[in-house]
Design a protein around this ligand. Structure first.
Ligand code: HEM
Length: 303
């Protein structure tokens, strides 16, 4: 691949000596060419929107759709095409369908419920840090900390046995890996859905104090949702909830270690909340296809 092709192809390559920075071509386009074409793996040529204000405009426009089953939707790789066209979750729904499904989850993610989790999350974090300090050095931050924190939290929140983490870590990795084989990824996803479905029916018989139990009792038992629908929602939360956060902890740490001045600012407690927002705000969209700059969110213009 020559330089021109590499710069047009999306996703764009990152600089070998700055692997945690956005791809240089993405930064260049944000400065010089904020709404421009890219080429995808399947030859599609959607628009790429790179400036924050443009991204906000696109994402807020009701003429732009997230429905991945629409012909011409810009799929960024073969796995995401297979996944997003066969398993419709909240993330592939537009309003009003999106609004209905979101209402199912909203009561489970209130500020009060999240605040109630704080002491438990603090204990998980403290235990993992103690274990790292007591154990052999150097330590792999990803396996010792970045991955276990969100995995344990999301497992407890959903009511998924943490002992089964090896299984769903493997499924999650296959589902978000660009280069994975679509057939293998879909088989793994199906296995995870079947596993979660069994959990839902088990929790209907014997509910606990967790999100899947609440959905089993309030939605499955009442006939409002099937066990498969709850399992699909569970899969979204399990996958979206741990890999993203694990990457954010690991990359955030690497970026702070590479930028001691930023680390010093963060150590000032008053700056801590703003510091967490910054890595989170980085977000990435043919005439009707849009990839939103930095995070890779994809949309399709429907009007
Ligand atoms: C630092 C960690 C995280 C990052 C960077 C992140 C990133 C994102 C992004 C960019 C989207 C929008 C995708 C789009 O519109 O195309 C999204 C949506 C979503 N995320 Fe996360 N996420 C994180 C953590 C979590 C966690 C912990 C959970 C669950 C407990 C979660 C559940 C969801 C759900 C359910 C949606 C869909 C929301 C909707 O369509 O209404 N995410 N996330």
């Amino acid at each position: 691949m020559d330089d021109d092709q590499a710069n047009t192809r999306f996703p764009m390559p990152r600089a070998a000596d700055r692997p945690f920075d956005p791809a240089p071509e993405l930064t260049r386009r944000a400065a010089e060419d904020p709404v421009s074409r890219v080429e995808l793996w399947d030859g599609e040529t959607p628009w790429l929107v790179t400036r924050h204000e443009d991204v906000r405009t696109v994402l807020a426009d009701p003429r732009v759709s997230v429905d991945a089953t629409l012909p011409g939707f810009p799929h960024t790789n073969a796995v995401s095409k297979a996944r997003d066209t066969t398993m419709k979750t909240l993330m592939q729904m537009d309003a009003p369908e999106h609004t209905t499904h979101r209402r199912v989850l909203a009561p489970e993610f209130t500020l009060g419920k999240m605040e109630a989790l704080r002491p438990r999350i603090q204990r998980i974090v403290d235990d993992l840090i103690d274990r790292m300090l007591d154990g052999p050095k150097p330590v792999d931050l990803v396996t010792a900390f970045a991955l276990p924190v969100p995995s344990q939290v999301i497992c407890e929140l959903l009511g998924v046995p943490y002992a089964d983490r090896g299984f769903f870590h493997d499924v999650a990795r296959t589902l978000v890996m660009d280069e994975a084989d679509p057939g293998r990824a879909m088989a793994a996803s199906e296995e995870l859905n079947a596993y979660l479905e069994r959990l839902v029916t088990g929790k209907n018989a014997e509910p606990g104090e967790d999100l899947l139990s609440t959905l089993a009792v309030e939605r499955y038992r009442t006939g409002e949702m099937t066990a498969r629908e709850i399992a699909t929602l569970g899969q979204l939360l399990l996958v979206a909830g741990h890999d993203t956060t694990a990457a954010m902890i690991a990359l955030g740490t690497a970026v702070l270690l590479a930028n001691p001045d930023q680390l010093a600012l963060l150590r000032d407690a008053r700056m801590a909340a703003a510091g967490v927002e910054t890595p989170l705000s980085d977000s990435r969209s043919s005439s009707r296809q849009v990839i939103v700059g930095w995070s890779g969110a994809v949309r399709h213009a429907v009007a």
